[in-house]
Design a protein around this ligand. Structure first.
Ligand code: DI6
Ligand code: FE
Length: 402
């Protein structure tokens, strides 16, 4: 048999069997064929047909699905370290945004950057994520806020997917903020820039999903609905930055468009949770932004659990509210800040992150799935969430390739 690779002697957190914690298989064996997983199970059940193939012994190491960061803004110009200092001297995040800083200061730096510069400056952030076992990443636009720069951000995202062994999914976030040239003319910005640019990006094949920021400092529900209507007309899935700093009913709106996810959701109420449960919308928890902004309002993790809304977890890597490039630290924050369990945080960066991206071929370890794997020098999956600032990755496998 050629083209097959076997890993044995592994503890495999398949995430595929809801009855066993982590879907854990002790003394597991995994057969890969090309880009796919062909067989997974316990060593004793391995079919005879595979017995002649040499297996790589993992010596009891843990295997998980490759990690998935389902919400990032890794592409941007400049940085916002000065705003970090301003906030430490007492200025508020929303106050800085209203004074023309915040997202719009990154917009200026991003407009000034070439396509090559955008790729080059994002790469160390992407590489930091890869070094911790990332195999799939979502990357948003939203720091151009005019046609050419929005397109360039999405082109940069596609290019990053070609230059590294990862899958990149792109999200168009034209409705992130109103740029200075449209100050106080939000509706005109949506009609004249956001929607025409969506069409342009879509016809260049640059858009996998459409996002918006529904917030006092960004857009109201009515404006988001306008963007979502345009997305639906193009058959593109939607998602939303909702209930981050206040409750404008964003999650409910998103659910009414069958959104893949509602993200942030610190201020989400039970009404919104129920709407998400009915629509099958995933809740994306972003502890990096909560931590950086020193938020105190916790996302309603208990309500999400009670209503069986799947929870994903992501870095929200961005220069303003979450300069975070570690999914392991994100998992730790999910546990320590929000009392998520280590089992929930691992599902949050694998199975449920795949779900938040609408991907059915990854996020669990099962026959037929992509062979995107992370192999860790740990014995138990809880260790991934437990340690702070330590990277136990042994090896990463993307599409069957180490
Ligand atoms: N919410 C966020 O946390 C990021 N975008 C958003 O809508 C922050 C964007 C920034 O401050 O640059
Ligand atoms: Fe975000």
């Amino acid at each position: 048999m050629t083209g097959k690779t076997i890993l044995c002697g592994a503890r495999i957190a398949t995430q595929a069997d809801e009855q066993t914690p982590y879907g854990l298989i002790d003394d597991g064996t995994l057969v890969m064929s090309g880009e796919r997983i062909e067989w997974v199970g316990s060593k004793n059940d391995l079919p005879d047909e595979y017995s002649a193939i040499d297996a790589e012994d993992l010596d009891g190491r843990l295997v998980t699905p490759g990690l998935i960061d389902c919400h990032t803004h890794v592409i941007f110009g400049g940085d916002r370290a000065q705003e970090f200092e301003m906030r430490l001297n007492g200025a508020g995040y929303e106050e800085i945004a209203r004074a023309g800083g915040g997202i719009n200061s990154t917009v200026r730096a991003t407009r000034d950057a070439s396509l090559e510069q955008l790729i080059e400056s994002a790469m160390p952030r992407v590489d930091a994520l890869i070094a911790e076992g990332l195999t799939t990443i979502e990357i948003k636009s939203g720091y151009g806020l005019e046609r050419e720069t929005e397109l360039n951000m999405l082109r940069a995202a596609r290019e990053i997917g070609k230059q590294r062994p990862i899958t990149v999914l792109t999200t168009y976030l034209g409705a992130h903020a109103t740029p200075p040239e449209y100050k106080d003319r939000d509706d005109a910005y949506i009609e004249e820039v956001v929607i025409p640019t969506l069409h342009a990006a879509h016809s260049e094949g640059l858009v996998d999903a459409v996002d918006g920021f529904c917030e006092g400092i960004a857009f109201q529900s009515k404006q988001i609905a306008r963007v979502f209507d345009a997305a639906k007309a193009l058959n593109l899935p939607v998602k939303l930055h909702a209930e981050q700093l206040s409750n404008l009913g964003g999650a409910k709106l998103a659910a009414s468009y069958d959104a893949l996810s509602a993200d942030h959701i610190e201020y989400l109420d039970e009404d919104g949770v129920v709407a998400m449960a009915l629509a099958g919308t995933t809740g994306v928890i972003l502890p990096g932004a909560f931590y950086t902004l020193r938020e105190t309002q916790q996302p309603p993790v208990d309500l999400l659990r009670n209503h069986q809304v799947p929870m994903a977890l992501a870095t929200d890597c961005n220069p303003g509210s979450s300069p975070l490039t570690s999914l392991l630290l994100t998992m730790n924050m999910g546990c320590t800040l929000f009392r998520m369990t280590p089992e929930e945080t691992l599902a949050g960066v694998t199975r449920n992150a795949a779900r938040a991206l609408g991907l059915k071929d990854r996020g669990v370890i099962a026959a037929g799935q992509r062979a995107d794997l992370a192999i860790w020098d740990v014995k138990h999956p809880a260790e991934l969430s437990y340690r702070i600032g330590f990277n136990p990755l042994h090896k990463r496998i993307f599409g069957g390739q180490a």
